[in-house]
Design a protein around this ligand. Structure first.
Ligand code: RAM
Length: 341
């Protein structure tokens, strides 16, 4: 059991959360978990399966569903492409799911399918990566987008002495969350870091091998590169693996958003100084509670609606149906062993 000090709207003390990833999730299947039956029937659809980040959010969702005696499953595509989630949404609709909880690979491509789900009475919660707001009831956001962007810029600036060429290795080209963070990082760099030049942005599609290859290509095409920001847990882990055995280790800095378990060895071997993330398990847990509150009619997604999210306490729906989890945490040599996810 490790503590995760995510900021909570309620100001409650950070609670201990179990980060065991021992659910036997499949790396490439389309249906990777099941749970007990109950009133609220919830289907999680991550960007793709086989990503430890979404394994952790799945753990949180499943834990919440157990607490409120709902039924829970996670299904999803193996590839994080714009419309790869559509067939899973359609199936959940046909099965009469109470709620779909989805991280979108594209803000629009799944819109029609989600609209059909809602017309059929299924509630829609986006989490992690939003659609256009018209397609869902609430969006459970991991942390404030400006804060996430600012943190990554701060970390790369620190790592390269606020000077030199940097590149971004992102997830899928249409991913709503990454694209918003990238836009905000570009703004922040331009306004506050005149010595840093963003020379390239490439996309690894949240696929390990593609991200690894894109890292190699970046380093080849930009011989003066000083740093890489990867705002995706898949990308940063693949980039770290590449750097750790290359001539660039210790010379080209890497930061971004990663899971401590995937990044531990690269922090310890000096490839990466620091990176950031929130608790994906808490994010799944909160999203499942939001889905339950929508199904039961406790909330409709209106600004000011409040609901209880188990051990995380009470949350209030903000403007545009937004529910915020908390602040990102920075990980480095000094604290990485305190986390297990
Ligand atoms: C990957 C996914 C996810 C993102 C994290 C940081 O796991 O792209 O959407 O929130 O990285």
């Amino acid at each position: 059991m490790k503590k995760f000090p995510s900021g909570r709207r309620t100001g409650l003390m950070a609670v201990a959360v179990t980060m065991a990833l021992s659910l036997g999730l499949s790396a490439c299947g389309s249906d990777d978990s099941g749970a007990s039956g109950g009133d609220a029937d919830i289907t999680f659809i991550p960007k793709n399966l086989g990503n430890p980040y979404f394994d952790a959010s799945n753990t949180g969702g499943q834990k919440a569903a157990k607490e409120f005696d709902g039924s829970f499953k996670q299904v999803g595509p193996t590839e994080a492409t714009p419309d790869s989630q559509v067939s899973f949404i359609n199936t959940a609709t046909q099965q009469g799911a109470g709620a779909i909880v989805i991280s979108a690979n594209d803000p629009k491509a799944i819109g029609d399918a989600l609209q059909e789900a809602r017309d059929a009475g299924t509630k829609v919660v986006t989490f992690d990566s939003d659609t256009d707001p018209e397609y869902r009831d609430v969006f459970v956001s991991q942390a404030d987008a400006e804060g996430i962007a600012a943190k990554q810029v701060e970390l790369i600036a620190k790592a390269i002495g606020d000077k030199g060429e940097v590149a971004i290795l992102s997830a899928a080209a249409n991913a709503t969350n990454q694209n918003e963070w990238i836009k905000l990082m570009e703004k922040d760099l331009a306004a506050n870091h005149p010595g840093i030049k963003l020379v390239d942005t490439v996309y690894g599609n949240d696929d390990d091998q593609t991200s690894f290859d894109k890292t190699a290509a970046l380093l080849q095409s930009h011989p003066n590169l000083k740093g890489i920001i990867s705002p995706t847990t898949v990308g940063i882990a693949a980039a770290a693996r590449y750097l750790s055995t290359s001539q660039y280790k210790g010379k080209v800095a890497l930061t971004g958003l990663g899971t401590p378990n995937q990044m531990r060895e690269y922090v310890k071997d000096g490839t990466v100084e620091s990176f950031a993330l929130w608790s994906p398990e808490d994010l799944g847990y909160l999203s499942a509670y939001a889905a339950d509150a929508l199904i039961s009619g406790d909330i409709t997604g209106e600004e000011g609606d409040t609901f209880e999210a188990g051990e995380l306490g009470e949350y209030t729906v903000g403007p545009d149906g937004l529910v915020g989890l908390g602040d990102p945490t920075e990980f480095n040599k000094g604290n990485i062993d305190d986390f297990d996810f």
